[in-house]
Design a protein around this ligand. Structure first.
Ligand code: HSE
Length: 296
C-alpha cells in the first residue's frame, strides 16, 4: 500500500493572482493500492465520494489510461485535514495524490515535470498544484500543457494565520465574479506588487509585505461572495498582521504575521471568538517538503 501526503496550498497571496502560491503545513494523507473493486473510505467518516466520481480515483485512472495500463479498481483510504472548498487547495491535494499514487503503483513512469504538467492540466490551477507537489513558495504558469515554475526559498520570518469560515465558496463561482477585461493600470498595480512580494519574501524585507499583497484583479470582486470577508481582513491587519488576503478563490482569509510577534495568534483567537465566532483561526507555517509518497 502506498501512503501519499499532500500539503494545503494558498494561491494568489493577494497580488499574485493565478501566478504564485505557497504550501502550508496542513495535510491530506491518502492510502492507496490496486484492487479488484473500487473501495473508498475515510478515516474520520467524512462524506467522500465512494464510487468512480471520486477525484483521487479519477486522477489515478487518468494516469493508468495515459500509460496504457488497465486499472481494475482501487482501494483508497482518505485522512483529510484540509477543509474542503475553502480556498486551501483541497482539490489540488486530491489531484496530486491521485497522480502520485498511480505513478507509484505503476513503478514511477512519470518524472517530476510530467507530474507538474499533468497536475496543473487536470486541476487547472498551477498556482495550487505546483506548491502542493514541490512545497515552499512557487511561481507557476501553465502554457500549452507544460508548467513553467520556480520554487523560491523564502526567509524564515513569517507565520501564516488562516481564518477559516464555516461556509464554502466554489472556485467556479469565485472565478465567475471576475470581469473578463481590466484597465491597464490595474494590471500594472498587481504586476508591480507581485514582483515586490516575491522579492520581499526571499529577502525577508517585511516592511514591504502590506503593500505587496495589494490587489485589484480578483479580491474586490470576490469580497461580495464572502460575508464578513473585508472585515476579517481589516481585523487581521488591525491585530498586527503584516498583510492579509483571500486564500486562493476563498473564502478563507490568510494573514501574514512576523514570527517575532509571539502573541498574534492568541490575540487573534480571543478577538475572533468574540467578534467572528464562525471564523476559525489556525496557525500555519510554510511547508518546505511538498507531496511525499512512501510504501507501507
Ligand atoms: N488562482 C486561482 C483562483 C486559485 O484564484 O481562482 C484557485 O484555487
Amino acid at each position: 500500500m502506498f501512503r501519499v501526503t499532500v500539503p494545503a496550498t494558498s494561491a494568489n497571496m493577494g497580488s499574485g493572482y493565478d501566478s504564485i502560491g505557497i504550501a502550508l503545513n496542513l495535510y491530506n494523507t491518502f492510502f492507496m493500492e490496486e484492487s479488484d473493486t473500487i473501495d473508498i473510505s475515510s478515516t474520520h467518516g467524512d462524506d467522500v465520494p465512494t464510487d468512480e466520481s471520486n477525484l483521487i480515483y479519477q486522477c489515478a485512472k487518468k494516469i493508468y489510461d495515459i500509460c496504457g495500463k488497465p486499472l481494475p479498481g482501487m482501494k483508497i483510504v482518505e485522512d483529510c485535514a484540509i477543509p474542503q472548498t475553502r480556498g486551501l487547495g483541497s482539490s489540488s491535494a486530491c489531484t496530486v495524490a491521485g497522480i502520485l499514487g498511480a505513478n507509484a503503483m505503476l513503478g514511477n513512469p512519470l518524472d517530476q515535470q510530467n507530474i507538474l504538467d499533468l497536475a496543473a492540466t487536470i486541476e487547472g490551477h498551477p498556482d495550487n498544484s505546483t506548491p502542493a507537489i514541490l512545497g515552499g513558495f512557487c511561481a507557476a504558469l501553465l502554457e500549452y500543457g507544460k508548467v513553467w515554475s520556480v520554487r523560491v526559498p523564502i526567509a524564515d520570518k513569517v507565520n501564516f494565520v488562516a481564518f477559516i469560515p464555516d461556509f464554502e465558496l466554489s472556485t467556479e463561482k469565485a472565478r465567475a465574479a471576475i470581469p473578463g477585461t481590466i484597465p491597464h493600470h490595474d494590471a500594472v498595480f498587481n504586476l508591480s506588487r507581485a514582483a515586490l512580494l516575491a522579492g520581499s519574501l526571499v529577502t525577508g524585507d517585511l516592511k514591504n509585505i502590506g503593500v505587496a499583497v495589494g490587489d485589484c484583479l480578483h479580491q474586490p470582486y470576490r469580497f461580495g461572495l464572502i460575508p464578513q470577508g473585508e472585515e476579517v481582513v481589516k481585523s487581521a491587519k488591525g491585530l498586527g498582521a503584516l498583510g492579509a488576503f483571500i486564500s486562493g478563490a476563498g473564502p478563507t482569509i490568510i494573514a501574514m504575521v512576523d514570527k517575532a510577534d509571539k502573541t498574534y495568534f492568541s490575540r487573534a483567537q480571543m478577538y475572533f471568538a468574540e467578534r467572528f465566532p464562525n471564523w476559525m483561526p489556525m496557525l500555519l507555517h510554510c511547508d518546505e517538503v511538498g507531496a511525499v509518497v512512501t510504501q507501507e
